[in-house]
Design a protein around this ligand. Structure first.
Ligand code: BDP
Length: 711
């Protein structure tokens, strides 16, 4: 037996050693081709600093020392006279002596320069603060890994957005709301004493993108989060993340003091309530001196809030803001609200509630607005609050986890969706008032700026549930650093670091990624349709659902299909949601000739037999879009069959299998949707179109009580 085990070990071991399970993300530091590795080693053969006592510089140096020999294939020199990387801030005598202009680097940016230092060739990573130096180190490694290091380095970068946040929707029992990649990485039960080494790798990955804040717990928060027991756990995580420039924040439940039986009310204007939060903030800051602040979901989807006491969102936010203000903390107050009693179009409600509060928030409050007016759908127009609250800094919140875009198994690269919103012109101050300019503060002169991404990170070995979902984490971080970065540029640098630099792999992979989100739109919610997912878990189609307690939870509320036509009239003849946008935008959306395919049924109710610019009728076009979505997945599969052999078998296999799932589910979406809409439209299927595999009742009967991510 022992002999057999030994023999098996020998057989199996090489595979294990070469295992590519995705754990290393984009920080793989594979050995470069020999000539390139040697050239890199000549440019720098050692890593030097005067500031190794600084914890952030220390982790930057550690990262460089781990990556450099791994990429060059040569050990680092012990020190001395050869070419080297020199990293630090002006506190370092050697950096100060170089007299670099660091004004362009700001608080968190960096300068990368190749220059002579006492006759030695140096790659200099210099920054005003240690965190900037850490970001510079990661930038250097990104360029080296991606094979895009210029001959003479001369880079100046600084982040455009101040708060680059992840929002974990992680519960205290380690389940994750809308998480499809295992359990929460926060092993609360073992904290604060045991800290999983994974927290360090989490910090490295985030720091490599410039992410500088993380909200540890779900916006649907429990009062327990703010007990001494849990504060200690959060503090232990904060200690691990701190050297990487990442601050910890917590989601706070509005009614916490009442539920902990420490106050009688949660009325924000009650002095006892304000005193409780002030004492709580003091307690948190004693444990976490650089605590970032609170994220709050209030009076939204059943969560308590200041309106329970007839106070406004501003009253609530400002009371909390006063509690954290002496410590330099902030409050991120979410604008994701819609009422269970208000019959008004849900797409209008957040604007109606928040716009009148513009100018009423304290200066350490930032209002967090989802990218679109409904809820993280495969495509939404930009949220009308962007550009409408010039006196209030707004965070744009996007969902990295794919609640509505096929969970972790569908390949859907989300950067094109985020760019679409960031590039959208609000016309708030005339042409060129893009959402990106609202977010980076340049439009209205705000210093406090932010982006928030609902994390897709979990305990799965590959972190994100699939290899391609790692690209969404990556792209989110890169875009939070620079909202103008192009989605395909990001995909290219990600693919080159994650897989290989071989252009015959990278190019078609990037092409596949770039088209993938539109494919999802086409097979789930084409032409501006939205929110047609099945109830609760949001997995699979449910366009027929019309019997849920709240009207705006029903897909039928959104598509409004009847025997005459389909779509939600949001023009003047309907809910007039278009009027929440600035003039030129409102006019474009309101006009059938200018609204475009993407938002046609978002803003208009269109007759089934009306002719569209394609020459097809509405009904024919709808069917054609569903077919186009399925065909796009077919094409992805065909591409991948050719590409898979170019990478390691382990990751290739997962991608191949997930594409099979995506194909099956794209067909399910198409067939179920066509079966349903045909039952409403009564129109025959256009010629040559394949009928759904089953009748409508079959699709309606499908149940998924154990779908992941539900709460
Ligand atoms: C919805 C999710 C729900 C979240 C909510 C939110 O279905 O689980 O709690 O967003 O953002 O999309 O608060």
């Amino acid at each position: 037996m022992a002999v057999l085990v030994a023999a098996l070990t020998i057989l199996v071991w090489p595979n294990i050693a070469a295992a590519e399970d995705g754990y290393r993300l984009w920080l793989r530091y594979e050995t470069l081709p020999a000539a390139e590795g040697a050239a890199l080693a000549r440019r720098a053969g050692a890593v030097e600093t005067d500031e190794s006592a600084d914890p952030t510089i220390a982790v930057a140096v550690a990262e460089l020392r781990r990556a450099w020999p791994s990429m060059t294939g040569q050990p680092l020199a012990a020190g001395g006279s050869g070419a080297a990387i020199l990293i630090g801030t002006p506190k370092s005598p050697r950096i100060a002596a170089l007299r670099l202009d660091l004004s362009g680097a700001g608080e968190e940016g960096f300068v990368l320069r190749e220059m002579q230092d006492g006759g030695r060739p140096m790659i200099v990573i210099a920054a005003n603060r240690p965190t900037g130096a850490l970001y510079g180190a990661f930038h250097l490694l990104r360029l080296a890994q991606a094979g895009t290091l210029p001959d003479r380095l001369n880079v100046v970068e600084r982040p455009r957005v101040k708060l680059r946040m992840l929002n974990h929707w992680d519960n205290l029992d380690r389940t994750v709301e809308r998480g499809f990649s295992g359990q929460s990485i926060w092993d609360w039960w073992k904290l604060p004493t045991a800290t999983d080494p994974r927290y360090v790798d989490y910090a490295r990955a985030n720091a490599s993108l410039g992410i500088n804040g993380t909200v540890l717990n779900n916006v649907n928060a429990k009062p327990d989060t703010l007990t001494a027991e849990w504060i200690a756990k959060a503090a232990a995580v904060a200690d691990v993340l701190r050297p990487y420039g990442i601050k910890v924040y917590l989601s706070a439940r509005w009614s916490t003091p009442v539920e902990l039986k420490q106050t009688k009310t949660a009325d924000p204007l009650d002095p006892q309530v304000a005193a409780w939060w002030k004492a709580k903030a003091d307690e948190i800051y004693r444990a976490i001196p650089d605590f970032g602040g609170f994220l709050v979901k209030a009076n939204s989807e059943g969560q308590p809030g200041p309106q329970d006491y007839k106070r406004t969102h501003a009253d609530g936010a400002n009371m909390l803001a006063a509690a954290v203000k002496p410590h330099g903390g902030i409050v991120m107050w979410r604008a994701f609200v819609y009422s269970e009693v208000d019959p008004e179009d849900r797409a209008k409600q957040a604007y109606s509630e928040f716009k009148p509060l513009d100018g009423k928030f304290a200066d350490n409050v930032i209002v967090q607005v989802k990218n679109g007016p409904i809820d993280f759908q495969p495509r939404e127009p930009f949220h009308p609050l962007f550009g409408a609250m010039p006196k209030t800094p707004l965070v744009m919140e996007v969902q990295i986890t794919k609640e509505y875009l096929g969970f972790a198994t569908h390949l859907a690269y989300l950067a094109p969706m985020w760019s679409e919103v960031l590039e959208a012109d609000t016309f708030a101050k005339g042409k060129g008032s893009t959402v990106a300019k609202v977010i980076d503060g340049s439009l209205d002169g705000h210093e406090l700026t932010g982006m928030a991404g609902v994390a897709n990170i979990g305990s799965d070995r590959n972190w994100s549930g699939s290899i391609f979902d790692q690209a969404n984490w990556y792209a989110y971080g890169r875009m939070a650093w620079n909202p103008d970065l192009a989605a395909d540029t990001i995909a290219t640098e990600w693919a080159r670091q994650t897989f290989t630099r071989d252009p015959s792999f990278v190019q078609p992979t990037v092409q596949m990624m770039m088209g993938s989100r539109q494919a999802v739109v086409d097979y789930m919610t084409p032409l501006g349709l939205t929110h047609l997912m099945a109830t609760g878990h949001h997995y699979g189609p449910g366009p027929w659902v019309d019997d849920l307690a709240r009207p705006e939870w029903n897909p039928a509320y959104y598509h409004r299909a009847d025997k005459n036509g389909i779509g939600f009239d949001r023009t003047r003849t309907g809910s007039n949601a278009v009027a929440q946008y600035a003039g030129p935008v409102a006019r474009r959306f309101a006009d059938r000739r200018t609204v475009g395919d993407d938002f046609l049924l978002w803003f208009h109710h269109v007759g089934w037999d009306e002719k569209l610019p394609s020459g097809r009728t509405m009904w024919e076009e709808l069917v054609a879009r569903y077919d186009r979505g399925v065909a796009a997945v077919d094409a992805m599969q065909a591409h991948w069959e050719r590409l898979a052999p170019m990478i390691d078998a382990e990751r290739a296999r997962e991608i191949t299998q997930f594409l099979v799932i995506q194909k099956q589910e794209a067909i399910w979406w198409r067939d179920a949707s066509i079966a349903y809409f045909q039952s409403v439209s009564g129109r025959p299927l256009p010629q040559g179109v394949r009928p759904p595999a089953h009748d409508l009742e079959f699709y309606k009967a499908i149940r998924h009580p154990y779908a992941p991510g539900h709460h």
